[in-house]
Design a protein around this ligand. Structure first.
Ligand code: ADP
Length: 258
C-alpha cells in the first residue's frame, strides 16, 4: 500500500478483471520447450506455491496445452456469454485448441490473432486468479508485441536452449515486455536414462553467461530427459508424474523465484 508512485511510472493493472498478475512464457523460436515450461510452471505455482493459477494458450499457431494438460472437451459458456475455463491439476486453462478441430491448419493474420486473443482473455470467466501464465506464440515479432501490450503483462520469462540463446534479442525483449523475470535454459544437458550421466551436448553454461551479459536473472536449467517428453505427450506433466524428480525440483525452484 505504501508503494511509491512516480509520474510516468504508474503500475498498470493487467487487462483481465480479477487477475492479479499476468506472466508470459516466451521464446526466440519454436520447439525450445516454451509450452512444456509454461505447463510445468503453472502446475508448480498451483501445487507448490498454493496460488490460484490460470493457463492461457496464446500460441494460436500451434496450441499444445490441450494435449499437455490432457483436456479435450469444449468449454461451456455462462449466462454472461463468457467461456468457462477447463481445469486440470488445479490450473484453469483456456486454449484456441479447445475451439478448433485438432490438426486443422491455423493460417491467421495479425488482426485475427488479436481478435482471438481478446476472446481468450476477456471472453473467459477466469474468476479470481493470483497469476495467469500465458504460453506465447514463439518469436518476437509484431504479433507477440501486440499480445504483450494488450495483456499488459506483469513480466515475462524467456525459455531458450543452449544453442538458441543467441536468438534472444535483449533490446527487442525489453521493448516487448515491461519486465523480464529471467531466463530458463531448457534441454541444457542430456541425462542418460540408463546410467544417469549428464552430457552437455550443446555446450555448458552458455545461457547463464548470456543472462549475465544481458543483466537478466538466470532462473535455472532443465535437462533433456525422455520422461519430460513422454509425460507431456501423455498429458501428465512431469511435476505431477514424477513429483520427487530433480526436474520437478528445478521447476519448483523457478516457480518460487518468479
Ligand atoms: P515450444 O512450445 O517451444 O514449441 P514444446 O514445449 O512444445 O516447445 O516442446 C517441443 C518438444 O520437445 C515437445 O515434444 C516436448 O515434449 C519436448 N521437450 C521440451 N522440453 C524438453 C526436455 N527438457 N526434455 C525432453 N523433451 C522436451
Amino acid at each position: 500500500a505504501s508503494e511509491k508512485r512516480v509520474a510516468g511510472d504508474i503500475k498498470k493493472r493487467p487487462l483481465i478483471d480479477g487477475v492479479k498478475d499476468i506472466i508470459a512464457v516466451a521464446s526466440g523460436k519454436g520447439g525450445v520447450g516454451k509450452s512444456t515450461t509454461a505447463v510445468n510452471l503453472a502446475v508448480a505455482l498451483s501445487k507448490t506455491c498454493h496460488l490460484k493459477v490460470g493457463l492461457l494458450d496464446a500460441d494460436v499457431y500451434g496450441p499444445s496445452i490441450p494435449t499437455m494438460m490432457n483436456l479435450h472437451e469444449k468449454p461451456e459458456v455462462n449466462q454472461d456469454m463468457k467461456m468457462i475455463p477447463i481445469e486440470n491439476y488445479g490450473v484453469r486453462c483456456m486454449s484456441i485448441g479447445f475451439l478448433v478441430e485438432k490438426d486443422a491448419p491455423i493460417v491467421w493474420r495479425g488482426p485475427m490473432v488479436m481478435s482471438a486473443i481478446g476472446k481468450l482473455t476477456r471472453g473467459v470467466a477466469w474468476g479470481t486468479l493470483d497469476v495467469l501464465v500465458v504460453d506465447m506464440p514463439p518469436g518476437t515479432g509484431d504479433t507477440q508485441l501486440s499480445i504483450s501490450q494488450t495483456l499488459n503483462l506483469s513480466g515475462a520469462l524467456i525459455v531458450s536452449t543452449p544453442q538458441d540463446v543467441a536468438l534472444i534479442d535483449a533490446r527487442r525483449g525489453a521493448n516487448m515486455f515491461r519486465k523480464i523475470l529471467g531466463l530458463i535454459e531448457n534441454m541444457s544437458c542430456f541425462k542418460c536414462p540408463h546410467c544417469g550421466e549428464k552430457s552437455y551436448i550443446f555446450g555448458q553454461g552458455g545461457a547463464r553467461r548470456t543472462a549475465d551479459e544481458m543483466d537478466l536473472t538466470f532462473l535455472g536449467e532443465i535437462p533433456l530427459e525422455a520422461d519430460i517428453r513422454s509425460s507431456s505427450d501423455e498429458g501428465n506433466p512431469i511435476v505431477i508424474s514424477s513429483p520427487d524428480s530433480g526436474v520437478t525440483k528445478a521447476y519448483n525452484d523457478v516457480a518460487l523465484k518468479v
